[in-house]
Design a protein around this ligand. Structure first.
Ligand SMILES: [Zn+2]
Length: 486
């Protein structure tokens, strides 16, 4: 009988909250079975030599939009392939009813099983969902979503408020396929229910509400100003049209409501110094409310002072170099806790044409390690074990997957990314393994590319080849403490 099904030997292992040291990892079945300085090779079914490379816990990309702009199953296959190639072993994706995604409305008791069914046939990585409640009926399903559905994060889209207010166009209403308003009165009831369910399930993990904090009414006014008097530099115009202070305003609106409803909040994709300062400020003002500050790869890796094309349009926008430096400093100081891709792939033709009407968003999940290693470790001295924290352990903790995911620990799922931190490689469409036909990062030279990804003990990406099949991934119910024995 073999001692290990897979033995990973000789790598520099980045252990979250501990440090980086040369360790061997023995895997039995789907779990890490042993960690040591010299595990015996004799009896191991298979040995993987990781010398000269760094071993990270597989990344948990906790902000993703599978199926938002392309057929759901197709997008799940191609974009979880991209994730697997980038050392991402768990995807937490956002989902809502209405146009895009599954083009459906109805209760999540019916839609979630269907969503998970399609996903189980498609994903190459493990996955979970954050769910946007769009109706009062959905709000009444939150307790079911947590207890039965395995969903412990809900979402509110501030921008949809405008689409549903009195006077909104029929097209706008048709997009969401709802006839109720999702205004702040709705948000108030939504938060109260998240808070109530959180009080019941808190011992298993925090039940929280994710919010995209931008103020749509302000954007209407500021965008009109920029449109009337553009500079002609697309990404700077776009940033000026959605100025950082409206993020600051939105964060304060949400935080005050969170305080009076007792609702834990995830402040998503903070793009600017003002947004991060607002996040830190509300966390100081209301210490009893848990706030998570999230950063994205593109706000860390790109600035609007780079020669970016219009395809880098994203909400919130790419900001100035000074903002980028502030985001990195906040990450290094452990204020921004998680780094995510916000991966969403519009077709190339929808990224072209008019700056104001073309689609926002783009993919980047496979650049998780390259951006953090190149701009974080090499340029700014972010330690490797901190990269393991922001890409894996922290998202796993904040989203109730830890220590099943995000840990290099005996008994945890054997999810690992083996990364070459020193060889520079140019970003090409081929090495992103995505169906997206563009990338704002194309041509950049980055270090930190994974060469092997292991999911629950199985190699899914091996020296430039994706070897897993669609259907490899499992749905992971959250909180794991509620839904699993481990
Ligand atoms: Zn998003």
């Amino acid at each position: 009988m073999s001692t290990y099904d897979l033995l990973i030997k000789g790598g520099q292992v980045a252990v979250p909250y501990v440090g980086t040291r040369k360790l061997d990892i023995g895997i039995k079945g789907e779990k890490i079975a042993a960690i040591g300085t010299d595990l015996a090779e004799a009896g191991a079914h298979k040995t993987l030599d990781a010398s000269g490379r760094c071993v990270f816990p597989g990344a948990v990309d906790s902000h993703f939009h599978i199926g938002i702009y392309r057929p759901f199953a197709e997008d799940a296959v191609s974009e979880s392939t991209s994730a697997a190639s980038g050392g991402v072993t768990t995807i937490l994706s956002y989902f809502r009813t209405g146009r895009d995604y599954l083009n459906k409305v109805g209760p999540f008791r019916e839609i979630l099983p269907e969503l998970v069914g399609i996903s189980e046939k498609s994903f190459l990585t493990d996955f979970g969902y954050h769910i946007a409640c769009m109706t009062e009926e959905h709000i009444n399903e939150i307790e079911w979503l947590v207890a039965e559905g395995g969903v412990s994060t809900l979402k509110y889209y501030m921008f949809y408020k405008l689409l549903t207010l009195a006077g909104a166009t029929p097209e706008a209403k048709n997009y969401l396929m709802i006839d109720n308003a999702v205004d702040f009165g709705y948000l108030y009831r939504f938060m109260k229910e998240v808070a109530r369910v959180n009080r019941i399930y808190r011992k298993y993990g925090k039940i929280s509400l994710s919010v995209h904090c931008e103020n749509p009414e302000i954007i209407q006014a500021t965008q009109a100003e920029v449109k009337a008097n553009p500079s002609g530099i697309p990404m700077q115009d776009y940033s000026n049209a959605r100025p950082p202070w409206q993020e600051e305003l939105a964060i304060n609106e949400v935080a005050i409501m969170a305080r009076y409803t007792d609702c834990p909040v995830n402040l998503l994709h903070l793009s600017s110094q003002k947004a991060v300062e607002a996040g830190l400020d509300v966390a100081r003002r209301y210490p009893e409310i848990p706030f998570l500050l999230e950063g994205t790869l593109h706000h860390l890796g790109l600035s609007n002072e780079m020669p970016l094309a219009q395809n880098a349009k994203v909400n919130p926008p790419i900001r100035s170099k000074a903002d980028v430096d502030f985001l990195w400093q906040s990450l290094i100081e452990d204020k921004i806790k998680t780094v995510v891709s916000d991966h969403a792939c519009p077709p190339l033709e929808r990224k072209q044409g008019d700056l104001w009407t073309c689609m926002p968003g783009f993919g980047g999940t496979s650049l998780m390690f390259p951006v953090l290693v190149t701009d974080g470790y090499h340029k700014r001295g972010l330690p490797l074990h901190r990269i393991a924290e922001v890409s894996s352990a922290n998202p796993a903790r904040y989203h109730n997957l830890y220590p099943k995911k995000g840990a290099i620990m005996v008994g945890s799922d054997a999810d690992l990314a083996i990364v070459d931190i020193d060889t520079a490689k140019e970003v090409t469409l081929d090495n992103l393994f995505t169906a997206q036909q563009f990338s704002p990062e194309l041509g950049m030279k980055l270090k930190g590319w994974p060469d092997t990804t292991v999911l629950r003990g199985e190699v899914i990406f091996d020296k430039g080849n994706v070897v897993a099949r669609p259907g490899n991934g499992k749905y992971i119910k959250r909180p794991v403490a509620l839904h699993y024995d481990t």
